[in-house]
Design a protein around this ligand. Sequence first.
Ligand SMILES: [Zn+2]
Length: 333
Amino acid sequence: MSDITVGLNCPSCGGAITIVEGESVVNCTYCGSTLYVEGDKGVLTIAFKNKMSESTAINAAQAWWRKGLKARDLRKTGAVTEVYPIYLPFWSIGTRVAGWVCGYEERTRSDSKGHTTNERIYKEEMVLMDLSYSEIACDPGDLGLRSLRNFSGESSFEDLDMIPTFESTTSRDDANAHARDDAISRGRSAAHVPHVTFENLHTLIKKTSIIYYPVWVVRYNYHDRMYILTVDGVTGQVLSGRAPGDPLFQSLAVTAGTSIGGLVAAGGVLVTIAAESEVGIAGVIFGVILLAATYYFFRHGSEIIEGDFADRQKKLDLNQVGQIGKMIGGAYR
Ligand SMILES: [Zn+2]
C-alpha cells in the first residue's frame, strides 16, 4: 500500500489530501470533511449536508413570491403542488491565470481653441489571479441552475442514500476546458485594457473536484399555470425560479411602451402630411414595428425569471424596447 497525494485538494478547504491506495473514503486532515474518490483519475468528491426541510423550502418559496414585481395575489392564489430535494453534481475547479495584456486606451482632448486631438495611452498590465469556476455536471432538465454560488457547507454522505442523486455525466476534460476559457476571459477583463493589441495569458488547473449539492425543487400552480423554483438546501436561498408578473405593472408598462410607439407613428404621419417625405413613411413603419415589439414583449413577458434558464436570453425586456425607441429617434432626427 502506498500513499498518493498527486495534486488532490479538499473541495471544501483546499488542503492537500493524502489517499491510501485502494481506499475510496478519505477524511480531510484540515477541516474534517468526508470525501469520496471518484473514477480512475481520482476526482475528489464532496457532498454537502442538506439543512432544509419541506416546510422551510415552502417558506422560502412564499417569501420569494412577495419580492419584486411578481403578481400581488400570488401569495393567496399560488399553491405549492410538489416539493422534493435532489442532489446535483457540480464541477468545482480552481484555476490560476497569469500573464500580460498589452494595448491602449483612447482619449479625446480639446484645447482652448477648440481643436480636438486623439491620444493613445499605452498600457501593459500584468495579470495574476486565482479563480474558482463551477458548472453543473449533469442534465437535470431546465432548473435554471448552471453554476454554484456557495462552496461551503457541512460535508456528509449520509443523505446521499435518502435523497435522489443525479450521477455526474459530463466530462472532466470539458469542464477543465471551460474553466480555462473562463479564467482567460476574466483575466483579460481584469486588466482593463480597452483596445488589446497583444496578450499572453496562461492558465493552470489547480484542482478539480465534484460537489454534490442539495437543492429543493418546488413546483406550484397559479391560475392553472405551472411554475417552478429551486431552493438552496444549505443556505435556504431561492436559487432560481419562474413566477407570474404583476398585471398592474404590466399594463402600466404596456401603456408607456405603446405611447412611445404611438408617438413615433403619429410623428411619422404628421411629417408625411407636411412634407410628403419618405422619412415620414419610414417613421410610420418604424412606429408600427415598435408597437408590435412592445406587444410581443408583454404577451410573453408577463413572467418574472430568476436564474440561468435556457429561454431567458430570448426575451425582450423594457430596456430593449427603450433602445429600439432611441434607435428610431436617432435615425430620423
Ligand atoms: Zn478540508
